[in-house]
Design a protein around this ligand. Structure first.
Ligand SMILES: Cc1cc2nc3c(=O)[nH]c(=O)nc-3n(C[C@H](O)[C@H](O)[C@H](O)COP(=O)(O)OP(=O)(O)OC[C@H]3O[C@@H](n4cnc5c(N)ncnc54)[C@H](O)[C@@H]3O)c2cc1C
Length: 423
């Protein structure tokens, strides 16, 4: 074997994000030899956590949802030592802060839902019906509903423009990473269902603990880090350093931009960019693990993340996470800090800026009609998976990886059957 050629495997998976790790897990369970080639110095893709001066900083703020079907199937939740956020959110308006809670989990908050308190009775009825339908109805029915923008779907459900502005727009813009609510209503209903049925939380060791757990379940040496793939060849892939990795089958499990480069002609969606600012404070500006969102769209969401997971900050410090739409801009941190002083109702002048993460391609844009799942096979022995082939979420990435593995195995068995017939 030449120096620049590695041992042959049945499958090479490109990318060790959630999709690639799920795909590799299923293929290995089915008896295939698999190599996962990852460009970065650790697994996780968009779900990684850095350590910085005793703080845990996720690369872009995100929450983990325990109700996603793929999460329930694949993840040992206990092993993650999850810490929950308060169900619901605080909404900072022009003149006050409103608390929207889920009364089924916080019975004490039922009074907030008295007509007129947060919204008129008509709105509360519409919200109750929408919620009951999404939460209790079969998921298949939900997927079959016509796809529209979320804004249209909310209006059709009888939610008034006032409640959209006071709650849905500020809250959902942090989920979709866009504030026009132009995202697919099917995706909205699925996410709404998962939020109502599950718990929004974070692992004690940071969001990166989730993919790390999947990677730990693979045989040693399956994942090869710092190995960027330059191109697919007739017999596998070639690394950027010229090394050949021969394989019968290649699964491209990268984000959309790299997938389009590796598989020319692949249709990939536009993406959303988000920037997360981390600040250290001597005392928590809010003494509860609750997301604070903003009707004036100055930020997507902010929270004292160490109130949810104390281990995110060293003793005596608090970690505040704030996300905004788009890239980092000159002077933005200073403006944001002033906005946060208003939002939290206390001075932020003593806060220490710790780090800023801009995540390009954080999520695929998902305008309607958005197919919840796309084909994985792009040619003989070539497959693609990742959240851009399903939905921009942990559930979407895992489901897409699962489907790619199933399609690889189905093609193998179809070939075996054909060989047996002709042999
Ligand atoms: C800031 C932010 C907030 C989010 N919030 C949430 C949330 O609250 N809830 C939720 O469910 N989801 C959320 N998401 C989405 C979720 O994190 C993603 O959908 C999911 O992690 C995508 O996984 P993936 O495997 O499809 O892609 P990725 O995680 O992008 O993995 C692709 C991998 O491929 C590697 N790669 C790329 N090119 C090459 C190459 N040439 N050779 C080798 N390797 C390569 C990359 O390094 C990467 O590791 C959020 C994402 C971000 C960024």
């Amino acid at each position: 074997m030449p120096d620049n050629q590695r041992r042959r495997t049945d499958v090479v998976v490109i990318g060790a994000g959630m999709a690639g790790l799920a795909c590799a897990t299923d293929l290995i369970r089915a008896g295939r030899s698999v190599r996962v080639l990852e460009a970065a110095d650790a697994v996780g893709g968009r779900m990684r956590t850095d350590r910085h001066e005793g703080f845990l900083l996720d690369r872009g703020f995100q929450v983990f949802n325990t109700a996603y079907p793929q999460v329930k199937r694949r993840i040992d939740l206990r092993g993650l030592r999850l810490r929950p956020f308060t169900p619901g959110a605080l909404v900072r308006t022009e003149d006050t802060t409103l608390r929207f809670t889920d009364p089924s989990r916080q019975p004490g908050a039922v009074a907030d839902l008295l007509p007129g308190r947060l919204a008129p009775g008509r709105d509360l009825l519409a919200l109750g019906l929408l919620t009951a339908r999404d939460m209790l109805g079969p998921v298949a029915g939900l997927k079959r509903r016509p796809d529209r923008t979320t804004l249209t779907a909310l209006a059709d459900a009888g939610i008034s423009p006032d409640l959209v502005e006071r709650f849905f727009r500020p809250f959902l813009s942090g989920v979709f990473l866009e504030d026009e609510l132009e995202t697919s209503s099917r995706f909205f209903h699925l996410v709404w269902r998962s939020m109502l049925r599950g718990t929004l939380c974070l692992p004690s060791a940071g969001i990166g603990a989730v993919p790390a757990q999947l990677a730990d379940g693979l045989p040693p040496d399956t994942v090869r880090l710092e190995t960027p793939v330059a191109e697919l060849t007739d017999d596998g892939v070639r690394g950027e350093d010229g090394t050949e990795w021969p394989a019968d089958t290649v699964v491209v499990a990268t984000g959309p931009r790299a997938a389009a480069r590796l598989l020319p002609g692949l249709d990939v969606p536009a993406t959303r960019t988000v920037t997360t600012y981390y600040h250290a404070a001597l005392a928590p500006p809010l003494r509860e693990p609750t997301l604070l969102v903003d009707t004036r769209r100055r930020f997507l969401n902010t929270c004292v993340i160490s109130e949810a997971v104390p281990g995110y900050a060293p003793a005596g410090r608090s970690l505040v996470s704030t996300s905004v739409l788009g890239p980092e801009l000159p002077g933005r941190e200073a403006t944001l800090r002033a906005d946060l002083a208003d939002a939290y109702g206390e001075s932020t002048s003593g806060w220490e800026p710790l780090a800023t993460y801009t995540i390009e391609d954080a999520l695929p844009a998902m305008p309607p009609p958005w197919p919840l799942s796309r084909p994985t096979r792009t040619g003989p022995g070539r497959y693609v998976c990742g959240d851009h082939r399903a939905t921009g979420s942990v559930q979407g990435a895992l489901a897409s990886g699962t489907r790619a593995a199933r399609d690889v195995l189905a093609a193998d068995s179809a070939r075996d059957t054909a060989d047996a017939r002709h042999g």
